[in-house]
Design a protein. Sequence first.
Length: 163
Amino acid sequence: MARFEDPGMTKRDRLIPWYFVGFFVFVAIIDGIFVYMATSTHTGVVTDHAYDKGLAYNRTVAAAEAQKQLGWKGEIVLTGDRMLAYSLRDAEGSALTGAIAKVEFMRPTQDGMDFALDLAESTDGVYSAAVDFPVEGLWDVRVFATRGDEEFQTHKRVVVNKP
């Protein structure tokens, strides 16, 4: 059988269909790399149970309004020797004693380093604890105080340096 050859077609011209095939193979390889990177790196989930927390938003707003009505003031102080002191005062500025205080430390730049401590009342209205941070750097400190049925929370972002 005779093969049809165009006298004006060069050997390079016969490779043109393979250029298209090569392009799509290249795109498929790049897409495969992107899929691998997307499934093997950080999931992007920052909040566990985000849907449930979203449904509870009205309760969160009501709790914030109740906290505002209390008029309490909380102050978080982290000293250079890594002692955390939390001062809790009522609307008139009097010390609030007998509360149960807990503190949560969250690292906003790195997952898996969060930890919590219970604070002990050291003097009237001042709750404290020694803190051993795993690493230096930026930390979010959130203190929860409960006295009877009343709840209060305070938040502060701190930078922890070498002692």
